[in-house]
Structure formats: structure tokens, C-alpha cells
Design a binder for this molecule. Structure first.
Ligand SMILES: Nc1ncnc2c1ncn2[C@@H]1O[C@H](COP(=O)(O)OP(=O)(O)O)[C@@H](O)[C@H]1O
Ligand SMILES: [Mg+2]
Length: 243
């Protein structure tokens, strides 16, 4: 349902995304992992249209969308949940949720809150401003992504700032959305709980797809990679870590 063909994103002479080829299948759950700065967020933003590739194709449902604006991709059913969500002075969670769901009907909004596992009604009228905790704003971001009923949902490190006790319910929520609504799901994460829930784990390293497969197969590589990056960091410039 989503095909990446020879995808490049460069800044100056650096290829931040360096020739990625991959086809995502409808209704599957993908976990994308890899070291900090390897290009995971950049790849997610290329799919959503926040970044435009320098070369290559992105095909979604058979259409070449790589030059489409974000709004058109959203209309096609792609939703993106930011690693660092924006905060808005004067806007409440209710406003954001109503915009995402396309309705301000109280019963529908309450049904949505139940769907995403937020029980407290007081949450609806919370302003989405600087006073929210990191975890609260991530939950709001997740809820508005789900409220759009996307065909493809991309979550960039949904667990950042989330308390340990909320991670498993969050994994279950995303799995339920996958199963009940057939949502193709891409989660960028280092968290084992999300990677264990994934049908397929992808590892990005230095802008390249270094691994695709199950988590068991990825683990030795992830360990090697951190050792290798450490050697590079302490001065062994000749080391190539899964290029
Ligand atoms: N627009 C940009 N201009 C310059 N550098 C960028 C830009 N976007 C990303 N980068 C750099 O590309 C690398 C990959 O970033 P990112 O995709 O955010 O990594 P991560 O895998 O941690 O999500 C980082 O070194 C980042 O600083
Ligand atoms: Mg990132």
C-alpha cells in the first residue's frame, strides 16, 4: 500500500535518507528502530509530506504522492503523530479532537475518548499549551491521530515522556486499531514493547535500510550497532556500521 523507491533526502552534500527501497503492506504493524540521528523522523516526514525527497518515489495506494502537499496526503488517509507535538495557546483538546474527527458532537467525542482509553472528561477542556506534561501532550497527539481514522498511521516515538505504566495500554490500543480498523501502522520506537508488537521490524542506519525482519533477527544487529557506533565515537573512523 506504500512503496518507497530509491528514496533520497539530502541537506547539502549529506544524504540523510540514502536510497531507501521498501514496500509496506496493508494492515500490517511496522516497528522502525535505529540509532539517534539515523533518519527515522526524516523518513516519517517524507511519507507525510513535511519533507520532500530530492530523488525517488513514494507511492500510496498506487498513486505517486512524493510531491503532494501534506493536506492532500491527509485526505488520502495518511496521519502523522509528531515526536514533539506542537502546543497551541488558547486551543483545547476538544478543539483538536473535533477538528481531527470532523465533528463537535459531544457523544461522538466521548466515544472517541473511550476508544483511546482516556476516561477523564475534564481532559477535553484542557488547553493544549505549555502547561501540559510531555506525557499528556503525547496522549492528545495519539488521540487526534486515531480520530482521523487513517488508512496509514505513523507514530514517531509515541512513548516519549509516557510513564512506564501507560506504554502497554498504548501498545494494545495501537494493535486494536490495526486489527479492528485495518490500519496500516508504522511506529518509530526504541521501546521493546512496540517492537515486540510489530509484525515487521525495520532498522534504519545512516539513512539506509539496514534490516527488515522479525525482532529476534534484529537484536544481534542492534547490539553490534551500538558497539560499532561506540568504536566510531571513540575515534575508529574506519568502522562502517552496517552500511
Ligand atoms: N532539515 C534538516 N536540515 C539539516 N539536517 C537535518 C534536517 N533534518 C534532519 N537533519 C539531520 O539528519 C539526521 C537524521 O535526523 P532524524 O531523522 O531526526 O533522526 P532520528 O533517526 O533520530 O529520528 C540528524 O543528524 C539531523 O540533525
Ligand atoms: Mg526522531
Amino acid at each position: 500500500m506504500l512503496e518507497l523507491k530509491d528514496l533520497y533526502f539530502s541537506v547539502g552534500d549529506r544524504n540523510i535518507i540514502d536510497g531507501i527501497n521498501y514496500t509496506f503492506e496493508k494492515g500490517k504493524f511496522y516497528g522502525i528502530t535505529g540509532p539517534n540521528g539515523s533518519g527515522k523522523t526524516t523518513l516519517a516526514k517524507l511519507i507525510m509530506g513535511i519533507n520532500t525527497p530530492n530523488a525517488g518515489e513514494i507511492r500510496f495506494g498506487g498513486k505517486e504522492i512524493s510531491q503532494w502537499p501534506i493536506t492532500e496526503r491527509a485526505r488520502e488517509g495518511i496521519a502523522y503523530s509528531f515526536q514533539q507535538p506542537a502546543r497551541f495557546k488558547g486551543i483545547t483538546f476538544r478543539d483538536l479532537l473535533a477538528m481531527a474527527a470532523g465533528t463537535d458532537d459531544e457523544d461522538m467525542l466521548l466515544a472517541l475518548l473511550r476508544r483511546v482509553g482516556i476516561c477523564s472528561l475534564s481532559f477535553l477542556d484542557k488547553p493544549v499549551d505549555a502547561k501540559l506534561s510531555g506525557g499528556e501532550i503525547k496522549k492528545i497527539e495519539l488521540a487526534t491521530t486515531i480520530a482521523r481514522n487513517p488508512r496509514l498511521a505513523i507514530y514517531d516515538e509515541p512513548d516519549t515522556g509516557i510513564d512506564l505504566w501507560t506504554i502497554q495500554p498504548m501498545v494494545r490500543l495501537l494493535k486494536r486499531e490495526q486489527k479492528e480498523h485495518g490500519t496500516t501502522t508504522i511506529v518509530v520506537s526504541h521501546n521493546r514493547a512496540f517492537l515486540e508488537a510489530a509484525d515487521i521490524v525495520l532498522m534504519i542506519n545512516e539513512g539506509k535500510l539496514a534490516y527488515r525482519g522479525d525482532l529476534q533477527g534484529a537484536l544481534p544487529m542492534l547490539n553490534d550497532l551500538s558497539a560499532c557506533n561506540y568504536r566510531k565515537c571513540v575515534g575508529d573512523r574506519d568502522v562502517g556500521c552496517y552500511r
